[in-house]
Design a protein around this ligand. Structure first.
Ligand code: ATP
Ligand code: MG
Length: 305
């Protein structure tokens, strides 16, 4: 399998502060690879080093055989970036934002014109082509950023929190576009704070926290290994945990307490829930396990905190 990105012992320091603390990972060509973590985990810092806009303090990144550094024009040329901040020129129209960028990549005018037309179709903004940026919704701006990242027909696209702040419908539209990019064979790197996004899109993820990798692997397998199939949430005072856990012995495979909730992990919630109901506890919720549970188990806090 061809390696798209390979990072070894990557460290990033800002002065005395270590934002990325010795991480290593490999990304295969055609894969969608995610960085899942809370605010400040080091997601943007990591991907900015991959697309060569942030100097690496130590360690190495190789992108399609090229060693990454802020001088690497080859990597910049074959990479498309959807930045976390909306960096569109408000004085230009939708079309002009794309054509200026195309010129920046030395794409001949006639080629650019055709490509921009196709990309506007792809992100469903053809009818907004002459609009100014401030006439677009946030979801439309994010879609335009996707189109912009595709102008140079990159082998690798890096999307840094592409749906933060969007409503569910706008989010689903972005997911569809990213999935069809992947279908075309583009390698995707995605950062997100949303476990659902990671679960929906990524073949493999790392869970990043305070600049370190807590886990790396396929989301479904990670959930199964760490948690099991189901989670039962019981809202009882913490002092009552021990008594309850003792009386449920053998029915759960793990547990965690966070805030006002006791989380019980299991593969089959039915007998566990039945027993809890027999104990006359009312505030009980039974649901499938998620990456959020994995994060909670590993860090003791929730992703959005
Ligand atoms: N230019 C900078 N100078 C100093 N510290 C920085 C700089 N950029 C980021 N940091 C710090 O590095 C850490 C990681 O930041 P980073 O932006 O990579 O996080 P993130 O995971 O992308 O978070 P978010 O989800 O909020 O975007 C944070 O503590 C941040 O304050
Ligand atoms: Mg970020």
């Amino acid at each position: 399998m061809i390696k798209a990105v390979s990072a070894e012992n990557l460290i990033k320091k800002y002065g005395n502060f270590t934002a990325v603390n010795g991480i290593s990972f490999d990304i295969s060509e055609g894969e969608c690879f995610g960085f899942l973590g809370p605010n400040g985990a080091g997601k943007s810092t990591t991907v900015r080093m991959i697309h060569c806009v942030s100097p690496i303090t130590s360690g190495t990144i190789v992108v399609f055989g090229e060693r990454a550094s802020i001088e690497s024009r080859i990597i910049k040329k074959m990479t498309g970036v959807i930045p976390q901040e909306i960096t569109l020129d408000p004085d230009l129209t939708v079309y002009e934002n794309l054509s200026v960028f195309a010129a920046f990549f030395d794409i001949p005018r006639s080629v650019a014109k055709k490509r921009i037309g196709e990309l506007l179709e792809f992100i469903e903004l053809t009818n907004k082509s002459r609009c100014r940026i401030d006439e677009l919704s946030t979801g439309m701006k994010r879609r335009l950023l996707i189109a912009r990242s595709m102008l140079n027909q990159p082998k690798l696209i890096i999307a840094d929190e592409p749906t933060t702040g969007l409503d569910p419908q706008a989010r689903h539209l972005i997911w569809q576009r990213l999935r069809s990019l992947k279908k075309k064979g583009t390698t995707l790197i995605l950062t997100t704070q949303y476990m659902e996004e990671a679960q929906q899109l990524c073949d493999r993820i790392v869970i990043l926290n305070e600049g370190r990798i807590l886990r790396l692997g396929c989301p479904q397998k990670m959930i199964q290994d760490e948690i099991g199939k189901e989670v039962i949430e019981v809202r009882i005072p913490q002092e009552e945990d021990k008594t309850l856990l003792d009386s449920l012995m053998g029915l759960y495979i793990g547990h965690e307490r966070a805030g006002d909730t006791l989380y019980l992990y299991c593969d089959d919630g039915f007998p566990l829930k039945k027993r809890i109901v027999e104990l006359n506890l009312t505030k009980v919720l039974n649901r499938p396990s998620t990456l959020e549970d994995v994060f909670l188990k590993l860090t003791g806090r929730s992703l959005q905190e």
